[in-house]
Design a protein around this ligand. Structure first.
Ligand SMILES: NC(=O)c1ccc[n+]([C@@H]2O[C@H](COP(=O)([O-])OP(=O)(O)OC[C@H]3O[C@@H](n4cnc5c(N)ncnc54)[C@H](OP(=O)(O)O)[C@@H]3O)[C@@H](O)[C@H]2O)c1
Length: 119
């Protein structure tokens, strides 16, 4: 049986999080979309569902997940009234890279596009 990677993306009903969900789903992963507001979460899932397997995160019972933090750069989203210089897709790239690491990839780290950041 083919095994698929599973990702949980929190704050994913818009902005960088939604771009991360979209890219991971495009890569064939099973993606759980986290949203504090159920209706906004369901709307984002409905919008993205055609990209692949996207689920609402509260459906997630328990699983082993690799945990890393990503710095997306200055991204044009609601967060900064769209004044950022990078696109959501560019901001999503490091999170997508971390979410698609091999089993022996790092965990507990903080990364931007080019390096591990001390924290
Ligand atoms: N944009 C940048 O330049 C930039 C730079 C560095 C780091 N970041 C970080 O990247 C992350 C995503 O930012 P973004 O630019 O994509 O912003 P965004 O478009 O405003 O999206 C933020 C997301 O987080 C959710 N959220 C906000 N406050 C929350 C709370 N208290 N509890 C649960 N969910 C909450 C929002 O849900 P609602 O729709 O319900 O509000 C939304 O889904 C943030 O952590 C931000 O600090 C962004």
């Amino acid at each position: 049986m083919e095994s698929k990677k599973i990702a949980l993306v929190t704050g994913a009903n818009k902005g960088i999080g939604k771009a991360i969900v979209k890219e991971l789903a495009n890569r064939g992963m099973i993606v759980f979309l986290g949203s504090r507001n159920a209706e906004r979460g369901r709307m984002a899932v409905a919008e993205l569902q055609h990209e692949g397997e996207v689920h609402y995160a509260r459906e997630l019972a328990s699983t082993q997940i690799k945990v890393n933090a990503a710095a997306p750069g200055h991204v044009a989203t609601d967060f900064n009234d769209f004044h950022g210089t990078r696109t959501p897709e560019e901001g999503a790239a490091i999170a997508v890279k971390l979410a698609t690491l091999d089993e022996d990839g790092p965990t507990g780290g903080f990364f931007d596009d080019t390096r591990a950041i001390p924290w």
